[in-house]
Design a protein around this ligand. Structure first.
Ligand SMILES: Cc1cc2nc3c(=O)[nH]c(=O)nc-3n(C[C@H](O)[C@H](O)[C@H](O)COP(=O)(O)OP(=O)(O)OC[C@H]3O[C@@H](n4cnc5c(N)ncnc54)[C@H](O)[C@@H]3O)c2cc1C
Length: 489
């Protein structure tokens, strides 16, 4: 509950129109898929922000943070709200900072290849402008949510995706950031240069800090020349094991832009997505499919596409191998990006809300352990009678599993917790991480100690207290384990 006098001060900062305490709007800012489902069976998950404010510039953000320090308000920065780790959940109430008004592209510099943007700019919108600038440019660290996510959210999560194998993650493109720390201090981290070893790398510390150290008000991002051509090689396989083996052979031939593996159910989800597009495109339903995306000049991509096609053709477990270009190439990647949400369309509607199990979406393991992880994951899920999918950015050992658990009672929440423990134990026993790209937020925080060591988590907490001594920014995430993230008794 925020005092009327504080609300009045916030209104003076952002303007009447840009502050909301409407419960309907607040609800929309207060949940992700997991907390929403949990809130139906356990009142503790009825999370609610106190206010949403929409600042227009860095000075307003600074005034809000100064006020938060004076009045002990909690501040939750928010981009498009697409995170899977519960990063943007206002678990202690407080003020959600929505950056949708700070959505300006300030500068595109083609001499030094960087763009300066406000945090609320959508990755998609920046991409469109870059494509149409001069000879055409891009920032290739596209997450699956590329059409809707913001640059601020991508930086705060160090987002990446299918092209990380060749092009790395968001942090590889951030040249500098203007931020307002939890203390209210304005600082600029980094310079408009690619290489610098001048002092500790606080810029990298900020990328991936999930809105817990400071608020990004402006970012300079490097961009690259857009490749001349893109091509996809698609092949279907009799088993996931063969698909994983063949992906390794591709990696030894070339570092492609992407190597994705999808299983049978994901192929159905992709078909459900493709059925809405014209011209029609239908994928074969096989145990596994591999999509290899190549980018570069026409000749090199064509040569390698043929070599990969031949590699697939020589494998007796492969079928229906195709080289896709143009619209087919575009559609198949749209379908892959939309595969997760599309699965919900082919799933029998539940009377009761379901929940994505927080731990299972996003693991990474060393390449040699990918198949073990997928296989043993399957065994665990079958032992719980759950429907599940397996897919992955195979190039970098990042595997996504999707399943939902129907929650009808607190006992189901406990079961979900037990299952989550089993999966995390599996991934970590194989030398893996509990998050390859989606981030930590609240749901993965209980496992950071296991993955990194408790002493490292403690050090991270000390760093947080330097940047945000009053713990006003995105509290209850990453550095501590919130009771909401514990599903067992
Ligand atoms: C269908 C789907 C597919 C996805 N695929 C991928 C994928 O392939 N790879 C991947 O990495 N992720 C993926 N994600 C997760 C998520 O979309 C990305 O991490 C995305 O970059 C988050 O951006 P956002 O604008 O939604 O940020 P939000 O979710 O709103 O916020 C993310 C974090 O950023 C902080 N934040 C936002 N703005 C600021 C700011 N100005 N200053 C400081 N902190 C700020 C928030 O507090 C929060 O901690 C996917 C999500 C969906 C729904």
């Amino acid at each position: 509950m925020i005092e009327p006098s504080i609300k009045a001060k916030l209104k003076t900062i952002v303007g009447d129109k840009y502050l909301s305490d409407d419960p309907v709007e607040l609800y929309c800012y207060s949940h992700d898929l997991v907390s929403r489902a949990l809130s139906w069976v356990d009142d503790n998950y009825r999370i609610m922000a106190d206010l949403v404010v929409k600042p227009d510039n860095a000075d307003q953000v600074k005034s809000i943070i100064d006020l938060a320090n004076e009045e002990s308000l909690k501040i939750i920065p928010r981009g498009a709200g697409t995170s899977y780790g519960g990063q943007f959940l206002p678990i202690e109430g407080g003020v959600v900072l929505d950056f949708s008004r700070m959505n300006h592209i300030i500068k595109i510099d083609t001499e030094d290849n960087y763009a300066i943007v406000e945090p609320g700019v959508l990755y998609k919108d920046l991409g469109k402008v870059l494509r149409n600038t001069g000879r055409g440019y891009w920032i290739p660290c596209n997450p699956g949510s590329a059409d809707v996510c913001t640059i601020g959210g991508m930086i705060a999560n160090d987002a990446s995706g299918e092209s990380a194998i060749k092009y790395g993650t968001t942090k590889d493109y951030v040249l500098n950031l203007k931020t307002i720390l939890g203390t209210g201090q304005k600082v600029q981290l980094g310079r408009q240069v690619k290489k610098t070893v001048a002092g500790l790398d606080l810029l990298s510390l900020f990328v991936g800090s999930e809105g817990t150290l400071g608020v990004i008000t402006e970012a300079a991002l490097e961009f690259l020349p857009l490749p001349e051509s893109f091509v996809t090689i698609l092949g279907y396989f009799d088993s996931i094991e063969v698909a994983v083996q063949i992906a390794k052979e591709i990696k030894e031939m070339i570092i492609p832009m992407s190597i994705e593996m999808v299983d049978q159910l994901v192929l159905s989800g992709m078909n459900s997505y493709l059925s809405r597009l014209t011209p029609k495109m239908v994928l074969k339903i096989a145990k596994a499919a591999i999509l290899v995306r190549l980018d570069g000049d026409e000749k090199t991509t064509s040569d390698y596409a043929n070599r990969i096609k031949n590699l697939f053709s020589r494998n007796q477990h492969a079928s229906d191998i195709k080289i896709l270009r143009g619209l087919e190439h575009e559609y198949i990647w749209k379908a892959r990006d939309g595969a997760g949400p599309s699965l919900l369309r082919i799933r029998r509607p539940e009377k009761n809300p379901s929940s994505l199990i927080p731990a299972i979406l996003d693991f990474s393991v060393p390449y040699s352990k990918i198949y073990n992880l997928m296989e043993q994951f399957g065994e665990i899920m079958r032992s719980h009678n759950l429907i599940f999918t397996r897919m992955g950015h195979l190039g970098d050992g990042n595997v996504h599993f999707i399943s939902t658990v129907t929650l009808k009672s607190k006992a189901d929440v406990q079961k979900m917790g037990d299952l989550q423990e089993q999966l995390v134990t599996l991934a970590t026993s194989l030398g893996g991480s509990v998050s390859a790209e989606h981030g930590c937020g609240i749901w993965k925080a209980p496992y950071l100690g296991t993955v990194l060591g408790e002493e490292v988590v403690e050090l991270m907490g000390k760093i947080k207290s330097i940047f945000d001594p009053n713990n006003i920014l995105n509290p209850g995430k990453m550095y501590s384990i919130n009771k909401l993230a514990i599903f067992s008794n």
